[in-house]
Design a protein. Sequence first.
Lengths: 252, 252, 309, 309
Amino acid sequence: MELVGASVLTHEALGAGYHRLVLAAPEVALQCRPGQFVHVRVSEDRYPLLRRPFSVARRGDGTITLLYRVVGKGTALLAGLRPGGCLDLLGPLGSGFELLPGRRAVLVAGGAGIAPLLFLAQLAWETGHPVRAVVGAAQAAELVGTADLGELGVPAAYATDDGSLGHHGPVTDLLEGSLAGEALYACGPPAMLRKVQTLAREQAVPGQLSLEASMACGVGACRGCACRAHGGYRMVCTDGPVFDLEEVVLDG
Amino acid sequence: MELVGASVLTHEALGAGYHRLVLAAPEVALQCRPGQFVHVRVSEDRYPLLRRPFSVARRGDGTITLLYRVVGKGTALLAGLRPGGCLDLLGPLGSGFELLPGRRAVLVAGGAGIAPLLFLAQLAWETGHPVRAVVGAAQAAELVGTADLGELGVPAAYATDDGSLGHHGPVTDLLEGSLAGEALYACGPPAMLRKVQTLAREQAVPGQLSLEASMACGVGACRGCACRAHGGYRMVCTDGPVFDLEEVVLDG
Amino acid sequence: MASRLATSLAGIPLRNPVLAASGTFGYGREYAGLVPPACLGAVITKGTSLEPWPGNPPPRTVETVAGMLNAIGLENPGLAHLVEEDLPWLQSQGATVIVNVVGRCVDEYVEMAAALDRRREVAGLELNISCPNVDKGGMAFGSHPETAYALVRAVRRRTRLPLLVKLSPNVTDIVRVAERVRDAGADGLSAINTLVGMAIDLDSRRPVLGNVTGGLSGPAIKPVALAAVWRLAAVGLPVLGMGGIWDWRDAAEFLMAGAAAVAVGTATFARPRAMLEIVAGLEEYLECRGLKNVSELVGEANPTFRASG
Amino acid sequence: MASRLATSLAGIPLRNPVLAASGTFGYGREYAGLVPPACLGAVITKGTSLEPWPGNPPPRTVETVAGMLNAIGLENPGLAHLVEEDLPWLQSQGATVIVNVVGRCVDEYVEMAAALDRRREVAGLELNISCPNVDKGGMAFGSHPETAYALVRAVRRRTRLPLLVKLSPNVTDIVRVAERVRDAGADGLSAINTLVGMAIDLDSRRPVLGNVTGGLSGPAIKPVALAAVWRLAAVGLPVLGMGGIWDWRDAAEFLMAGAAAVAVGTATFARPRAMLEIVAGLEEYLECRGLKNVSELVGEANPTFRASG
Ligand SMILES: Cc1cc2nc3c(=O)[nH]c(=O)nc-3n(C[C@H](O)[C@H](O)[C@H](O)COP(=O)(O)OP(=O)(O)OC[C@H]3O[C@@H](n4cnc5c(N)ncnc54)[C@H](O)[C@@H]3O)c2cc1C
Ligand SMILES: Cc1cc2nc3c(=O)[nH]c(=O)nc-3n(C[C@H](O)[C@H](O)[C@H](O)COP(=O)(O)OP(=O)(O)OC[C@H]3O[C@@H](n4cnc5c(N)ncnc54)[C@H](O)[C@@H]3O)c2cc1C
Ligand SMILES: Cc1cc2nc3c(=O)[nH]c(=O)nc-3n(C[C@H](O)[C@H](O)[C@H](O)COP(=O)(O)O)c2cc1C
Ligand SMILES: Cc1cc2nc3c(=O)[nH]c(=O)nc-3n(C[C@H](O)[C@H](O)[C@H](O)COP(=O)(O)O)c2cc1C
Ligand code: FES
Ligand code: FES
């Protein structure tokens, strides 16, 4: 865990509110694993007050990439950051994904959930781990990171809620059929994660889920980012954000 | 009183934290008189919360000029405004100076207090009213608006606390000698205003003082900007900021 | 458009549920060029007393983080001025007027209420028993359930006007105070007044405010106000919710928590037209959700909400 | 450098007057990579109970304007974990440790205090009688002077450790509670805990927090905290001031108001090294003013300040 001022190398708007932010952060790049996140200050003063968590979406040579979507005040401020600017960043934080040996990795992404899975795809590529992806979004314009998957040679199928690209329906529809010999790695909205949990159970394949929770400290000190797990609450920031699929109890 | 989005025409740093901001604000320019002020939003959201008051320092053709000094968060934000940007502005507000006929106007300025007096000098020039100025600051670099006075043909004497330009000492030292046939128009720190009050009384010359107070509404609604006057409190935002020298009771 | 937002509060018919909070909108005249008083649900006047009050020594306000402190001390021109100057003007503008009433003792409150009782220009009274900035009157009455009860009861006897009572958040149990206020015959509750706070000037090493402490208002206090309204929703009187409301989303949250209407104070200083923007925002929100009247929002999020009257 | 900031609080010698507020710094370990616990005046632990407590259902936190709400519900691993894991580690780091103690009933508080009484690793106790997020214990004890008195008295009998009592701002008269706490034998006062607040999610039309209401902390509440400390300064016990402290200027204001030392909570989440920056800032400020010790600041702005001990 480092607290650094990372300088902005490039910052690109991808459309539909998504942005790709490449930061020079050698210490963080050195340490981080797919699934981990950085906790970022979006203002210089007292408002907005708290840091915002973002998954590392890619690791470069001394750099990390964030892929984020503007949803509120903090991300809107982030979007105003220019190359050469500096971002106060705490990380890497949290647990990471673990590629289970002997099983093809199936990346299941919904919306901005693609971010940590891109980094996982990068690791799979680097280690020669077999991998495929299913990626969903509300509409074609919101499907981001597809080029990165292509670049990494990851076979991918797409789904959109409005049918504007790929399968017309939830991304989990693309998981129908046998998952034998595979393991699921999912990040996305709660409903998607619940469906992934159900599918994995049905087919008795293992998997890992990356969860979100509102976070204050990001380091386990405040006990604020609880999620439900068998045997009690777990902290998303330190016990997660990546949990074994069997471990967590998803609401709803 | 207008609530307008004024666009920034030019914004110039004058050194020592002073800035000159020229705004396109035709409705305000049309209505404003020397001594009046505008109440300005320095942020787009809830922090910093309140507007900041600034005197009009000059009126142009559909434009007004503000001359301000960075002293805290609000003025620091203001300083970041670029040409083409937009400033949310309420005004003109408050009472103005009144040039007393038959008396030469003596402008007494301390620090940023020069701002409203420059506009008064402009009016005197436009109406052919005789005028001179004494201007003080902590040091030479903080003496602003001197070029404007020169341009308007106003004879001016200067004083600095550190002697780096003009008289070495308080600006009110420059008022020694007879003030017969003159009237004082003063804006500056409280100690300066008190001295001006004393001098005017001693020589039985009339005068007007522009006061400051922390302001919430700026329009007389909150009753927050009280100053002491004979016969009770007065509101700086509506009864002032310009008061007859005899009317107000200065603390300290 | 009007009908979707039209509602009522403690028996007072309102054009819309967005009111000007006492002390932040003067007597309506100060902002009239920007905010036509008739466009608001109602104008709640500055706290007004029998005789003119001079208010506290300056400085009276100071900005804090996302809020402000005020220690105005209820400066006001008194009842006669209200009746002779302000009420006729407000009426000429078509405003719905609620008079915020203050006194140093029970008798002064009662006398004010009696004097205003038969005035057609007055739609209702708001008893301020929660001002933190005066020695006598104000919060002294609102801090204890029984004192509050006695005051409201005495006032109730002398007026048939709809009677709102404005509560202080600076108490251990605001619900208990509210219940006694209800028992004494109030028609509605206003919540919240300001929180006691202070600021120190590091350079002079003295409190900033002439009165040392002041009342904290603005966005900073919104969570406290919302919690108070949420709890008061169970008392069974209509609640006028306020405290830190900045935009229509804040207003909608107060309504969902159980407020029958909302008042906006400090936001007006920053954005004089904030109330008009909130009215427009609520209108649009209701339309988006296909709701016919704003009252459908009231208490929507709050299972303990007890609809009243 | 150390000597200028060295001070003491309720009999606890402190390296400097900047402490980590309970619940915001875990047990010191979580931030150890960034904030060596020995560089702080003291580490106040997360509120700790006899047995492990699970805490409240999520969501437990939500950001508000310049503040945050938390409804953690005192999740903690319990006394045994504290004693076996956390205290030894904190001691190995050279930290001064104050244990924040919670219980569901008087006996649980007493038992905790007794268990910690003879532990060298513990410099003092802070009794949390002001947590707004638990049904039993917490604020229930701190809301009434006599309940607070009884609890503190019972605990006092069973420990010789310096005893701070953490007060709630959610009361009508915090001074009255403090006086009774003093009468019961407390050595110092911690003020303030969080203000009761809530947030509503407009989309789901439900309270954001699993516990509905939570405790408001952060810069938004600073004026309220400062006023509380100012008033408590007259009680005659040393005060640990906290609530919204962001930078050294805030800390200096609390000291001038009468706090013997300060604690920093929410600011650490945004700026993990905030406490270290505040220590450095105070040091520089004292130097600028030519003051020999931080105690010279204490109460400087407050004529009602009564020096203690
Ligand atoms: C471990 C972790 C990793 C994340 N990685 C990414 C990422 O790689 N890319 C990305 O775009 N987003 C990511 N998020 C979500 C991101 O943190 C939020 O979108 C961001 O904090 C919103 O900030 P804001 O100020 O713009 O929105 P706010 O104004 O705070 O809120 C706007 C909306 O977003 C919701 N929201 C706020 N914070 C969170 C949060 N922490 N989790 C979920 N919803 C939230 C609010 O409820 C509200 O509806 C991640 C979250 C976590 C917990
Ligand atoms: C009628 C009027 C006209 C003014 N005209 C000008 C002008 O033409 N040029 C100019 O530079 N300044 C002018 N001022 C002062 C200006 O309003 C303040 O400097 C400004 O509000 C400070 O804002 P801030 O956020 O930067 O400072 P803050 O962070 O709010 O405060 C920084 C310091 O400035 C002091 N301060 C804050 N507000 C005021 C205030 N309203 N009056 C006096 N001191 C204050 C604070 O006490 C503090 O010491 C005027 C003030 C008034 C009342
Ligand atoms: C400058 C000022 C003056 C106020 N005067 C009064 C008053 O006279 N009577 C009253 O009941 N409340 C008064 N209040 C309290 C407000 O009506 C309101 O309850 C409070 O400010 C919270 O709302 P806000 O955060 O929207 O401002 C005043 C508030 C401010 C800021
Ligand atoms: C997440 C969180 C957890 C807290 N837990 C405790 C606690 O366990 N015991 C306690 O006495 N106070 C607790 N508090 C209150 C803080 O110690 C402190 O009194 C309060 O937050 C005000 O200070 P701040 O504004 O600097 O955070 C907690 C506060 C927060 C934000
Ligand atoms: S965010 Fe503080 S414990 Fe997870
Ligand atoms: S600033 Fe509100 S009355 Fe002057």
